[in-house]
Design a binder for this molecule. Structure first.
Ligand code: P6P
Length: 333
């Protein structure tokens, strides 16, 4: 494949689809540069004295790792001065982050989970960054949390980076899903996969099976049928994977099919699972749907959910279309 850089891809997509205004292209390139910096910091590991806890908790009440804080700072600093953003929001920050007055403001809102899968950092398992881009509402003056309360269908771009054996950046701007691999020698994102498509069927599922005794009946039925393999109603054997880094599980599914599930369960029935809507479920749902897959909360399309709070959680079933439709249908019976 001819080497095409992230910039060339974005410019060509703009020519083809006229959907990537230069300000959005600048935003995506800035996020791409920030992910390169995060990859570099993550890659140092113990040599960079960046492992372990930061000795603080985030708004979710989760212990922050040093790299959580470092990654968050990298994304804030990279995006403050460019003039393309009106505000940012992060899993690691309680409230939105406005652009300092000394910088020009733009028309986009950026949300991110700066380092997803933090529990894997200290044991050298793949982690990543997830981001989502919305347009600021017309006529907005001083950004507030309510300006971010837009359903996932209003995203203009979404992506994730995986810091694994390779560092990859997966991106959609609404015209398919494309993957870029970091050429570390050149420090460049190089297009390595175009128009990724998720197989509609699969033989692989991803769920944290230690929560089995807490699952509600539709999930229990769906998983039990797969575990029954050729002896059960599905008539085929299934495999299970759970990396506990959403970016890594989703990247596997994007490349070979599968279904990823983080359901609500009986432990806290009012809390719809662990994952957050604005900067985990929505960007991943946009990417998965653009790749021909499906993403629901067990009842409705994730992208149709009208957000009410910045850090609200949502149950997630995403991946191979036929499997997501099956488990969603069980919830409706
Ligand atoms: P559990 C990482 O903390 C995360 O937010 C996702 O990346 C991952 O899929 C999930 O939580 C793992 O959750 O309960 O298995 O540790």
């Amino acid at each position: 494949m001819k080497r095409i850089s992230l910039t060339q891809h974005l410019i060509e997509q703009q020519r083809l689809h006229n959907k990537i205004p230069s300000e959005l292209r600048l935003l995506i390139e800035v996020v791409g540069r920030a992910c390169k910096s995060i990859s570099h910091a993550v890659g140092k590991g113990a040599l960079g004295e960046v492992l372990g806890s930061a000795g603080s908790e985030n708004v979710q009440g989760e212990v922050q790792k040093k790299l959580d804080v470092i990654s968050n700072e990298i994304l804030l600093e990279a995006n403050e001065w460019g003039g393309h953003l009106a505000a940012m929001a992060s899993e690691e920050m309680e409230t939105i982050h406005r652009i300092p007055n000394r910088y020009p403001k733009g028309e986009y809102l950026l949300m991110f989970d700066p380092l997803d899968g933090s529990s894997n950092i200290d044991v050298n398992v793949s982690i990543g960054t997830i981001f989502s881009v919305l347009k600021a509402p017309d006529g907005m003056t001083e950004p507030s949390e309510k300006d971010f309360m837009q359903p996932g269908t209003r995203q203009v771009a979404a992506g994730y980076a995986v810091y694994g054996p390779q560092t990859v950046l997966v991106l959609t701007t609404g015209d398919g899903v494309h993957c870029f691999t970091l050429d570390r020698e050149m420090g460049a994102w190089v297009l390595t996969q175009k128009d990724i498509q998720i197989p509609a069927d699969t033989k692989e599922f991803a769920i944290n099976a230690s929560n089995q005794r807490h699952w509600f009946p539709p999930v229990k039925r769906y998983v039990d049928e797969m575990l029954a393999g050729t002896t059960g109603p599905r008539g085929k054997d299934f495999n299970m994977r759970w990396i506990a880094s959403m970016v890594a599980d989703v990247h596997r599914i994007l490349n070979r099919g599968g279904i990823f599930m983080y359901p609500a369960d009986a432990r806290e029935p009012e809390k719809p699972g662990k994952l957050r809507l604005m900067y985990e479920a929505n960007p991943m749902a946009f990417i998965v749907e653009q790749a021909g897959g499906a993403a629901t909360d067990g009842n409705q399309r994730i992208l149709d959910i009208q957000p009410e709070k910045l850090h609200q959680r949502v149950a997630v079933f995403l991946g191979s279309k036929n499997e997501v439709e099956r488990v969603t249908s069980y919830h409706k019976e």
